[in-house]
Design a protein around this ligand. Structure first.
Ligand code: HAM
Length: 415
């Protein structure tokens, strides 16, 4: 048996990190609900083709990173590497085109076979929002606004920049592709092996290359901005007007292409310098052709996903958690009274940790370590008189409080 450790690129998440990640999810769901987004949970695995076609056979995700397997029934399945294709599949299978527009929010684990490093894992987590239906550029602004307001709610927007591009419509893309191929053909000798392959399969992907030689070639590459059709340019102008009206700051980067094939028109990333190499905290864009490609009705859509681990790392402060109250029966004969008191305090909204073992000194240490403010001590006298001894661990004093007055008293103390 292998060493008893999580597999490479996977981690156990607990303590402060778990609290931070939960805060990201909670803030996203609260904000999303305010924009009318509804929860959608899709399966963690899907038929492989749900991902392979829309994401693009030549994309890194499909060609190198998917966790695919054959199940016992011989079906080709893949652990989801992202949400968008699964959400689109759910939209088609559920016949949801009757209810357009649809706003879906999801969160959960995703799987990509990548080289692990800080902020990059093989099992990671995303929050994901998809707005399906509107072809209107102001839908793009709505989704971008949700992303930006989330960063504000988390208190991290000061560290993050929105970078925006338009990949245009299919006509603009075809023109641009021709211009890129011509340019890269002139610079073949300076391109990496990988990029020479991309030149044949998907030249736009070269713009995304991390290779230093490719990066130098890319500096002089033609810009999509010069190849947008009039309609695509008007669309992009409207997105920018919407951002200006909402007061969301952004910068343009005509070389931003994103790692997935399904994007059309708006593509964007929220990036930060604060996390080292893995600085993209949210990525997204419009994917007008994807749902049709999956066999559904021709339905435009736009969305984004944020890396929960990366957003959680940006949080400056540990999210506040409710301080617990420790319930300490001193012996077996007080155990049932403690059980029922703890239960009624919890029903009253308090967080109560039952602590039944060890001597009083040890238990008080544990309560301290858990940042508890109060310990309720139940000994023989307390149970005989129905009066609890409540130790205030911060003020280091104690009080005798009648059992039936405990809730009211603790509330007065702001416990
Ligand atoms: P993506 O750019 O592949 O887009 O991923 C979105 C975000 O997920 C990234 O910006 C990053 O924060 C996080 N992420 C990606 N891979 C990893 C990893 N290996 N470890 C940790 N975090 C990671 C999508 O997934 C699209 N489906 C977004 C979208 C939604 N487009 C339209 N709708």
């Amino acid at each position: 048996m292998k060493k008893l450790q999580p597999a490479r690129g996977t981690r156990d998440i607990y303590g402060s990190e778990a609290n931070r990640m939960q805060k990201v999810v909670d803030s996203f769901r609260t904000l999303g609900a305010g924009f009318g987004f509804e929860d959608l949970a899709t399966p963690i695995f899907e038929f492989t083709e749900v991902f392979s076609r829309p994401l693009g056979e030549s994309s890194d995700i499909v060609s190198k990173e998917m966790y695919g397997f054959e199940d016992r029934g011989g079906e080709a399945l893949t652990l989801r590497p992202e949400f968008t294709a699964g959400v689109s599949r759910a939209f088609v299978s559920g016949g949801m085109q009757q209810n357009l527009p649809c706003r879906f929010m999801s969160h959960g684990p995703l799987f990509r076979y990548e080289r692990p490093q800080k902020g990059r894992y093989r099992q990671f987590h995303q929050i994901n929002a998809e707005l399906i239906g509107p072809a209107d550029p102001l839908a793009d602004v709505e989704v971008l606004t949700l992303g930006w307001r989330l960063l504000e709610a988390l208190g991290v927007s000061g560290d993050v920049t929105l970078v925006l591009n338009s990949l245009g419509d299919p006509e603009s893309r075809a023109n641009y592709r021709d211009a890129l191929v011509a340019y890269y053909e002139d610079h073949r000798s300076a391109l990496s092996e990988d990029s020479l392959t991309r030149l044949a399969t998907n030249p736009l992907r070269i713009l995304d290359s991390k290779d230093d030689g490719d990066k130098t070639v890319n500096e002089g590459a033609p810009s999509i901005a010069d190849h947008l059709s009039d309609a695509a340019r008007a669309f992009f102008d409207r997105v920018q007007a919407g951002l200006a009206a909402t007061g969301i700051p952004y910068t343009l980067n005509p070389h931003l292409v994103r790692g997935l094939d399904y994007y059309t028109h708006t593509a964007f990333e929220f990036i930060t310098d604060a996390l080292g190499a893995q600085g993209t905290v949210i990525g997204g864009g419009r994917y007008d052709g994807l749902i049709k490609q999956l066999g559904g009705p021709d339905t435009p859509a736009i969305g984004f996903a944020g890396g929960i681990e990366r957003l959680a790392m940006l949080l400056a402060e540990e999210p506040a958690v409710q301080a617990p109250i420790f319930m300490m029966p001193m012996g077996d004969s007080q155990a049932l009274t403690a059980l029922s008191l703890a239960d009624s305090l919890r029903l009253d909204g308090f967080k109560v940790i039952a602590d039944r073992s060890g001597n009083l000194g040890k238990r008080l240490k544990r309560a301290d370590a858990a940042a508890a403010r109060f310990a309720i001590i139940l000994g023989e006298t307390e149970c005989a008189t129905n009066m609890a001894t409540v130790k205030d661990l911060t003020a280091s004093d104690q009080h005798n409080i009648a059992f039936d007055a405990l809730g009211a008293w603790l509330r007065e103390q702001d416990a």
